[in-house]
Design a protein around this ligand. Structure first.
Ligand SMILES: C[S@@+](CC[C@H](N)C(=O)[O-])C[C@H]1O[C@@H](n2cnc3c(N)ncnc32)[C@H](O)[C@@H]1O
Length: 250
């Protein structure tokens, strides 16, 4: 009798059925949502703010533009995008996870966000937005959690107008000098920090493992080109611990 093979994908270092990954990722972010912002500062020593500022400086957004912050979580980039598009612009904060989104929305509303901001719960693989709608799409530390990255990149391409930019900020492959220290930090320190501050070592172990499984700079650049992006380039930050990829819809 022919053996039925289920297709699997990575969830950190585990192989799980493809249809299971999104549910597990949701579980991770449900668990970390409450302490997410504090943990971001602690884990990166505040560096995530510098990486995000670097990203925002490269959106090319102008007053009146439309921007989408995908997998936007608690809305760090969204805040900067709102500033850039000004009074006449629009920004959508989108994420698959309701707990992360509601923290993001509450935070931005407390800071004075108005009806230029929309909040949309969606999977990056199936975006509920029209073709050629946005001037810029950002996704920060989100792509590595997506099951079908190729589908998500194709969707980002679809919703950008010609000339529009995709900015992918993500952990990447650090240089040889940094890598041993970085691995030690990721697999030894990070889960302990997660346990200590958020009572959840497993989620932070997943985060470290998912970083290791994520495509390196050149591979992600090639994936963006396959999805249709032109003039793809990347900037290594902090010795390649993080990379910002940028591509244009032709
Ligand atoms: C590490 S957080 C990053 C949040 C925010 N962009 C930031 O930089 O602080 C990753 C986010 O990706 C979201 N996410 C995971 N899989 C997703 C998917 N398939 N579609 C949309 N969002 C997803 C998670 O819910 C989570 O909020």
């Amino acid at each position: 009798m022919a053996e039925q093979r289920r297709s699997t994908t990575d969830f950190g270092f585990q192989e799980v059925p493809v249809e299971e990954k999104a549910r597990r990722v949701r579980g991770v972010f449900d668990s970390v949502a409450e302490r997410y912002d504090l943990m971001n500062d602690l884990m990166s020593g505040g560096l995530h703010r510098v990486w995000k500022a670097f990203t925002l400086a490269r959106t090319g957004l102008r007053p009146g533009d439309r921007a989408l912050d995908l997998a936007g979580g608690t809305g760090d980039l969204t805040r900067g995008l709102l500033r850039q598009v000004g009074e006449q612009g629009e920004v959508v904060l989108s994420d698959i996870n309701a707990s992360m989104l509601s923290r993001g929305r509450d935070r931005l509303v407390d800071e004075g966000a108005d009806d230029r901001l929309s909040v949309v719960q969606a999977n990056a693989e199936v975006l509920p937005f029209p073709d050629r709608h946005f001037d810029c799409v950002t996704i920060a530390f989100g792509l590595r959690n997506v099951t079908h990255k190729d589908r998500a990149l194709a969707e980002m391409h679809r919703v950008l107008r010609p000339g529009g930019r995709l900015l992918v900020l993500e952990f990447s492959r650090p240089n040889d000098l940094i890598r041993p220290f970085y691995d030690l930090y990721s697999f030894q320190v990070l889960p302990r920090l997660g346990e200590w501050v958020a009572g959840d070592a497993d989620s932070y172990r997943y985060l470290a493992e998912s970083i290791r499984k994520h495509p390196d700079q050149a591979t992600l650049g090639a994936m963006m080109e396959t999805a249709g992006f032109a003039r793809v380039e990347w900037f290594n930050l902090t010795g390649g611990v993080v990379a910002l990829h940028r591509g244009y819809r032709a």
